[in-house]
Design a protein around this ligand. Structure first.
Ligand SMILES: Nc1ncnc2c1ncn2[C@@H]1O[C@H](COP(=O)(O)OP(=O)(O)OP(=O)(O)O)[C@@H](O)[C@H]1O
Ligand SMILES: [Mg+2]
Length: 418
C-alpha cells in the first residue's frame, strides 16, 4: 500500500476545495497496474516559517495562492527544486504569467495574436537612476501615431494582465490619451481589437480541456453559457490545441485561455485568435462555472490521481526547442503546424495513456461523482457559496439559477453514462 498526501494551497475560496476533498474521499483507494493499492489524502497547507532543508509531507500540491502571496510562492519553488513535489503549474514560469511572455512565445510559434505594441511607462519609474537614464536614452514617441497604425478601436491593457485590472477599450485619440494618463506606473500594451463572432474560454487540467462559450460583457454568473455547438468541430479543436500548446510550452497543467473566434464563410475558414492565455490560477468557482463545475473538479481529481499513482514527475525545465523546430519548418502550413504542436503537447501530457488509465483504473469514478453531485452535501455547498457570494435579497434567485444549471448537468451526465 502506498499513501500520498495532496496539499491544497488556498486563499479565500472554499467551494471547489470542499468538492475536491469530498470527491477524493469518495474515490477511495486506486489500484495501479501492478496491483499495488494507493491511498490519497488531502490537506490544506498552512503558512509558517520553513527551513530550506525541511522535508514536506506532500507528494503533490495544487496552488491557488502563489500568484499574489510570495511566502507560499517561495515554498513552492523550494519543494519543487529540492523535494520532487509534483506541482501542476511550473513555479519558475510564474513570471510568464505576465501576458507579455506568453504573447511573445505564441507569436514565435505563428499563432494569430492581434498586433501588440509595448509602450514605456507614463509616469517616471521610482528609482534614483531613472531621470538621468530616461533623459539620455528614452526616445520621444508619438502615442497617437502608434494607435492610428494599429487602428481604432483598440485595447490598452497592462503587460502582466489579470482580473481586468487597467484594461480599457479605446475608441479615439482622446480616450487614448486619457487611458495612458490613467496607466500611471503600470506598463501597458496597446493591442489591436479584432472583430469576432464568439469568445471562447477554455480550461485545461492536464490533458483534459473544456472549451466554453464566454460572454465577458455579462455579469459573472452569466458569463459561461451552456452551449455545446457554438464552434465548428475544426475551430473547437483549434481552441483545444492552443490551450494545450500554451500549457505544454510553459509547463502548466491548470490554466485557462481566452480566444476570439471569427466565423469564416465558404471560402475563408474560421479564425481563432488567442488574446489571453496565462491564467495559471483560473477561475473554478461554482458560481462562475456552474454546469461545467463538476467536469472541472472531476478532472482535477483524476489528473491528480493519475500523477500520483503512475509516479509522473513534474517538469520544471523549459524545453521549448521542439516547438520552435516545428515553427521554423517552411514546408508546413498553419494547420499542419498546429497538428504537430498538438502531438507534441499531448505527448507531454501523456494524453493517450491518461485516458486509457482512467478507463481501466477509475472505472467507477464517474458514477460515484454523479452521486455526490446529486446529494445533500453538494447542495449544501452550493447554498453556502451563494450565501457568501451574493447579498441576502439575491440568495433565492441565485440558488434557483445554479440548482437549475446543475440539474441540467446531472441529466446530461446520467444520459452519457447510460
Ligand atoms: N484584442 C482584443 N480584442 C477584443 N477584445 C479584447 C481584446 N483584448 C481584450 N479584450 C476584451 O477585454 C477583456 C479583458 O482583457 P484580457 O483578458 O486581456 O485582460 P485580463 O486582465 O486578463 O482580464 P480577465 O482576467 O478578466 O481575463 C477580454 O475578456 C475581452 O473582452
Ligand atoms: Mg482575460
Amino acid at each position: 500500500m502506498e499513501s500520498h498526501l495532496v496539499g491544497l494551497l488556498l486563499g479565500t475560496e472554499d467551494d471547489w476545495p470542499t468538492a475536491f476533498e469530498s470527491l477524493v474521499r469518495s474515490l477511495g483507494p486506486v489500484t495501479d497496474t501492478h496491483g499495488t493499492e494507493h491511498r490519497i489524502a488531502t490537506e490544506r497547507v498552512t503558512i509558517e516559517p520553513f527551513s530550506l532543508r525541511d522535508r514536506p509531507r506532500h507528494s503533490l500540491v495544487i496552488d491557488r495562492l502563489a500568484y499574489w502571496y510570495y511566502v507560499p510562492r517561495e515554498w513552492l519553488k523550494k519543494v519543487s527544486l529540492m523535494d520532487g513535489v509534483y506541482l501542476l503549474n511550473n513555479p519558475f514560469t510564474f513570471q510568464s504569467m505576465e501576458k507579455h511572455s506568453a504573447y511573445c512565445a505564441m507569436i514565435r510559434l505563428g499563432l494569430k495574436i492581434p498586433e501588440t505594441v509595448l509602450v514605456p511607462y507614463k509616469n517616471p519609474v521610482d528609482n534614483a537612476r531613472w531621470a538621468y537614464t530616461a533623459a539620455k536614452y528614452n526616445r520621444p514617441f508619438d502615442l497617437r501615431k502608434i494607435a492610428a497604425d494599429l487602428g481604432y478601436p483598440l485595447y490598452m491593457k497592462p503587460f502582466d494582465g489579470g482580473g481586468w485590472r487597467g484594461v480599457s477599450r479605446v475608441d479615439d485619440p482622446d480616450m487614448l490619451m486619457r487611458a495612458y494618463d490613467d496607466s500611471g506606473e503600470m506598463l501597458m500594451h496597446l493591442q489591436q481589437s479584432k472583430p469576432y463572432d464568439v469568445f471562447a474560454r477554455s480550461l485545461s487540467i492536464g490533458p483534459e480541456t473544456m472549451v466554453m462559450r464566454f460572454r465577458p460583457e455579462l455579469p459573472m454568473h452569466e458569463r459561461y453559457a451552456v452551449d455545446h455547438s457554438f464552434l465548428s468541430p475544426q475551430s473547437g479543436e483549434e481552441c483545444v490545441t492552443i490551450n494545450r500548446l500554451v500549457n505544454a510550452f510553459f509547463g502548466w497543467e491548470f490554466n485557462s485561455c481566452e480566444m476570439l473566434v471569427a466565423f469564416g464563410d465558404g471560402e475563408r475558414p474560421d479564425e481563432v485568435m488567442p488574446i489571453d492565455y496565462a491564467n495559471a490560477c483560473p477561475d473554478v468557482a461554482v458560481t462562475s462555472l456552474h454546469y461545467y463545475f463538476p467536469w472541472a473538479i472531476k478532472s482535477l481529481v483524476k489528473w491528480t490521481a493519475y500523477c500520483l499513482v503512475t509516479g509522473r514527475r513534474s517538469r520544471i525545465d523549459l524545453t521549448v526547442q521542439g516547438f520552435f523546430d516545428i515553427a521554423d519548418r517552411d514546408d508546413l502550413g498553419y494547420d499542419e503546424k498546429l497538428e504537430a504542436y498538438r502531438r507534441l503537447a499531448d505527448e507531454r501530457f501523456e494524453a493517450e495513456r491518461y485516458f486509457d488509465w482512467c478507463d481501466s483504473r477509475l472505472r467507477h469514478f464517474d458514477a460515484v461523482a454523479l452521486e455526490w453531485f446529486s446529494g445533500a452535501d453538494f447542495d449544501r455547498l452550493l447554498l453556502d457559496t451563494v450565501r457568501s457570494t451574493y447579498p441576502a435579497h439575491e440568495h433565492e434567485r441565485f440558488v434557483a439559477h445554479f440548482r437549475g444549471l446543475l440539474a441540467l448537468w446531472r441529466a446530461d451526465e446520467a444520459r452519457r453514462l447510460g
